[in-house]
Design a binder for this molecule. Structure first.
Ligand SMILES: Nc1ncnc2c1ncn2[C@@H]1O[C@H](COP(=O)(O)OP(=O)(O)OP(=O)(O)O)[C@@H](O)[C@H]1O
Length: 259
């Protein structure tokens, strides 16, 4: 029994225990997140959903090491997270690419900055530029790309950095519906191939059901985790499937009841 517990704890890549984050704004205290508990296993795809202001980005930013908790513990493989690191890559809605660097140099930026040998940087860059389908655009600059292509570069950059955890903050929020669907499918293919751990913030229930192994529902004022449920529909998932619809109703009720 004790061995079993050790084994299952050892698979937790992220452990978030009693995490509260307070900010002050114009002298007024704001509790962005209160008493959050969450464990994530290696290779899980977890979506965080909830209305504006429920602390989704704050939670992601703390995991990334951009913010520190006011209370509680946040650890990766058992070690406290305090600063940003290449093991946790962040993908933002507004891409966050370096406009003065080509696609290839954006993707290879992390390994090059960490002093990896040139041949290795080139091989890593090529592998991930190819993986996101941008081989022909390796020498293009961000302003020459569509939104969907820019987001592919951002994903490739995180992968090239050998991130173990990919933190995605509404990554497809600014894209048109068709591009969004393509990228959702591509992200799942990459995730299935690489078995990365993904934490994905979205406002959209349908997107969460399409992607996630687990959906964490949050509510605002103060930000709290109010539900954490497994989605066991087989992939690829079909939004017109009655079981998909039942989940859509279930999560919409969960969100509504805490609104
Ligand atoms: N740096 C900051 N200073 C002061 N208040 C902050 C700061 N960052 C976040 N907040 C506040 O904390 C609360 C949670 O914000 P957060 O951005 O985490 O929510 P969210 O769920 O990601 O919202 P959205 O979906 O709109 O992005 C909000 O009330 C926000 O105003």
């Amino acid at each position: 029994m004790a061995d079993g517990m050790i084994t299952s704890a050892a698979l937790n890549i992220l452990d978030i225990t009693g995490v509260t984050k307070r900010f002050s704004f114009n002298g007024e205290p704001i509790v962005a997140l209160e008493g959050a508990n969450l464990t994530v296993r290696k290779g899980e795809f977890v979506c965080l959903i909830g209305p504006s202001g429920c602390g989704k980005s704050t939670l992601l930013r703390m995991i990334a090491g951009f913010e520190t908790p006011s209370e509680g513990r946040l650890s990766m493989w058992g070690a406290p997270v305090s600063v940003p690191g290449p093991d946790r890559g962040m993908v933002f809605q507004d891409y966050g690419l370096f406009p003065w660097l080509s696609v290839a140099r954006n993707v290879g930026f992390g390994p090059a900055a960490r002093g990896r040998p040139r041949a290795e940087v080139e091989a890593t860059t090529k592998r991930f530029v190819d993986m996101v389908g941008l081989t022909r655009f390796a020498d293009a600059y961000p302003h020459q790309l569509s939104g969907g292509m820019k987001q592919r570069v951002a994903i490739a950059r995180v992968l090239a950095n050998e991130a173990e955890v990919v933190l995605m903050d509404e990554p497809f929020g600014a894209l048109d519906a068709m591009t969004r669907e393509n990228l959702q499918r591509e992200l799942l293919e990459i995730w299935e191939r690489t078995r990365l751990t993904v934490l994905f913030v979205t406002h959209a229930i349908e997107e969460a059901i399409l992607l996630a192994d687990r959906i964490v529902v949050m509510s605002p004022g103060p930000g709290r985790i109010v539900a954490d449920e497994r989605v066991s529909l087989p992939r690829p998932r079909d939004p017109t499937d009655p079981e998909f619809n039942a989940l859509r109703r279930r999560f919409s009720a969960l969100l509504g009841s805490h609104h």
